[in-house]
Every structure is written in C-alpha cells, then in structure tokens.
Write a protein that binds this ligand. Structure first.
Ligand SMILES: *Cc1c(COP(=O)(O)O)cnc(C)c1O
Length: 417
C-alpha cells in the first residue's frame, strides 16, 4: 500500500476506502502483485537445476489464491485431506501436491494415497502401516533435525521435544522398516518452524538433512520446508532470502554432484508468499477515553484475526481514512467479550468514529484462522488483481451460522416445567 496525494492506494491504483464502502467492513483484501513479487523472489533466489516452490495453503486457503499460485507454476503443500481435496479442486495435478500430516489417522493417509498425491511421513509407526498399505508408492520422510528455530515456542517445530518429524537419531530404525516393507524413499524433508531470523540456523539444519539424504539412494527431491520471516513493522529483521539462496544453492549443487544426480530443491513457504499481500479493513465503532488510555474499538475482533492474542504478534495498524491527521496514541481493540487487543499504545493519525483502520500483514494465518466466535459472521475476501477488485468470498449471513445446526425439535411445541 502506498501513500499518494494523501490517499492510500493498493496495486494498480485501487483505493481501499472504495473497497470498504463497496463490500462493507470488516473486509480482507489481498493484492496479487505482492504475492507474485514474493513468488518471483523465491524463484530468483535459488540457482539450481530444478526448483519447486510448494505454496503452504494453510496460510491462506481461498481456492482463488491456490489457483493464482498454480498459474505461477507453484506446487501445493497441504496438511490435511481437506486441503488436498481443495488443491485438486483448484486444478493441481496430484503429483504437484505434497501432503504433510501430523498425528492423523492411517485412514486419512490411505485416502491421500488413493488420490495420488505425494506423501510425507512423520512417524515410524505410520511408516510401517504405510508399507502394509502399498509398498510400491515412494514416500518422503520428514526428519526432525533437533534445532531450535522460530520466534515463538508455539510455532517452533524442529526442537528436541517437538511432536513433528522422525528424530535424526531414529534413522537406523527407519532403514529397518524400509528393508522390511520394501518401501522406497523419494524425498527427505524438514520444516523447523516459522520465523527463521538467521540464515546460519537454516543452513545448519540443511547440513543435517543433507547428511541424512546420503543414506537414501533413490531420492528425487530434498524439501527444506519453510519458516521464512517477513517484516511486520519498520526495522524488523526478515530472512535474507537472497543471501540464503546463494549459500544454499551452492551447497545443494555440490551435494547433487556428490550424489550423482540432479535432485529437485523444494520449499513450502506460506507466510513469505502471502503475509504482506493482505490488508484487513475494519471500521471504528467507538473511541473511548479512560483515565489512562484512548481505545479505538473496531467492528471486528479475535474471531477474525487472532494472531495478536494467540501469538503476541505485532501487526502494524494505519488509519487510512485520515492520512494527514495529527498523531495521537491509541490502543486498538475488538468487540469480543474478553480481552481482545490488536495493538497497544500505537501512534496513529487521529481517529474519529467511522474511520477505517487497516491492519497490515493480514495475508497469512488471518482469515484461515477466523471463527464464528460470538456468533459473528466471518468477513468477505477481495482479491485485487491487475488493477481490478474481485470478490473471492462473500460475507457470511444468518443462514451460514445455522446451516450446520440441527433443530432437534426437543422443546416444541412448548416446553413445560
Ligand atoms: C505451516 C507449514 C509450512 C508453512 O510455514 P510458513 O511459516 O507459513 O512459511 C510449511 N510446511 C509445513 C509442513 C507446515 O506445517
């Protein structure tokens, strides 16, 4: 979003205030130009013979976004059978979908197997059971390299006590299961968690994975997962993707030479591709002055965007209605009946009731984590693409809230006590 002649504008000159008027608030808006730019950055950062970027669709799972990434040539990273089905519906070929479940039933994995997608196995018991299902389908092995990465213990998944992946110390057992079942391994994978601050940490994990990769003789790909950090505010450190690209490509090419085959280098970014493309627009219902604080209360809450409350995440907030207003300090809160804070003591252009606030970095893990808590409708979603706004999900209605509820007719015609 840029500020031009005292107006904030999205890609192609689309005015977010016009969208707020047209589609009403609260509203999620995504700018495809930013997704494209981020995808191209990934593709350009790595200099290898074969590269595959699988979009981790749990970050933002609207089917139009899946189709957008497919049009760029991406594959798809999925973590549930429902995401697999969404990907197939979006038109991805089964072989372009990788399914990385954790703690799901063998029945669900069998369903994915029957749909023909690539399967990433993250525990030995499932590996054994998979071998019994079909030993002719090659699998990918998710390895836990036991390194601590990530900005928050809820999203760091590669450490020693994490529930994810097969421990590097259990590789002898993996080989025994492979020998016993006849299963082939086509890929090795790691995903250490979100918010990698330091390419060194990533490269250290990569070294461990490459070391394990030498034990498998029939590999097609090595998947380094994700965890790329994006800036949420000015001055934030983000993953230096370009530096990582140079160093990892060099290491990977050397590995392929020693291995004797050009393997595919894979990544599965979610946040990196979509976070900065998203804007959440909400209207200020009330400005409330207490003894110590000025609150701006908006027509949304943790039901629509939970990251600040769940992860203590910082999301930049802008008053897009009043770009030239003088700066004051506000605490921005939602309308949910419990502590529901989007930002504390934020310096922003003066707010009046009715103004539209924009919450930035609303592309990843925002709509996809939204709920109907307090029986509120989930918002609409709009995609700005090549200068045009397209509604890609309508706002919910009372019918949507009631659609899955069953009237049990227990209390009719009139309950008597
Ligand atoms: C969540 C997840 C990702 C995406 O992580 P980001 O931090 O959004 O890039 C990738 N791979 C797996 C297995 C995941 O669970």
């Amino acid at each position: 979003m840029i500020l031009e002649n005292n107006r904030y504008l999205l890609g192609g000159g689309v005015d977010p205030l016009v969208l707020a008027e047209q589609y009403d608030c609260p509203l999620y808006v995504y700018d495809s130009a930013i997704m494209e730019k981020q995808y191209k950055r990934m593709v350009n950062a790595f200099n290898v013979k074969s590269l595959k970027i699988n979009y981790a669709c749990k970050a933002l799972s609207n089917i139009n976004i899946l189709k957008l990434f497919k049009s760029y040539g991406a594959g798809l990273d999925t973590v549930s059978i429902q995401e697999v089905k969404l990907g197939l519906k979006a038109g991805f070929a089964p072989q372009d979908i990788i399914y990385t479940p954790n703690c799901v039933s063998i029945d669900e994995i069998e369903e994915a197997l029957n749909l023909g997608v690539r399967i990433n196995i993250d525990n030995i018991s499932i590996l054994e059971q998979f071998g019994d299902l079909d030993a002719n389908v090659p699998v990918c092995i998710r390895v836990n390299p036991h390194i601590m990465a990530g900005g928050n213990n809820k999203i760091s998944v590669g450490h020693i006590d994490s529930k994810f992946g097969i421990s590097i110390h259990q590789m002898p057992l993996v080989h025994r299961v492979l020998d016993a079942t006849g299963l082939k391994v086509e890929g090795v994978h790691m995903h250490t968690g979100s918010d990698i601050l330091d390419p060194e940490v990533f490269l250290a994990g990569a070294e461990i994975l490459l070391n394990i990769a030498t034990e498998f003789k029939e590999l097609e790909f090595i998947d380094f997962g994700s965890g790329f950090k994006v800036p949420y505010k000015e001055g934030d450190i983000a993953t230096d993707l370009e530096e990582l690209g140079i160093r990892l490509s060099e290491r990977f090419n050397k590995f392929c030479e020693e291995y004797g085959k050009d393997l595919t280098l894979m990544f599965e970014p979610g946040k990196f591709l979509v976070s900065e493309s998203g804007y959440f627009l909400a209207r200020v219902n009330v400005v409330k002055q207490t003894t110590s604080t000025v609150f701006a209360g908006i027509d949304s809450g943790l039901n629509h965007l939970i990251r600040p409350m769940l992860y203590n995440a910082y999301h930049k907030i802008t008053n897009i209605s009043r770009p030239t207003g003088k700066n004051r300090i506000y605490t921005v809160v939602g309308y949910i009946c419990e502590t529901d804070t989007f930002g504390i003591n934020r310096r922003m252009n003066e707010i009046q009731e009715g103004d539209i606030l924009c919450i930035h970095n609303a592309g990843a893990y925002c709509y996809s984590m939204a709920s109907n808590y307090n029986s509120r409708f989930r918002p609409a979603e709009v995609l700005v693409h090549q200068g045009q706004a397209h509604l890609i999900r309508r706002r919910e209605t009372m019918d949507d809230l009631l659609k899955t509820q069953v009237m049990a007719e227990l209390f009719e015609p009139e309950a008597t006590i």
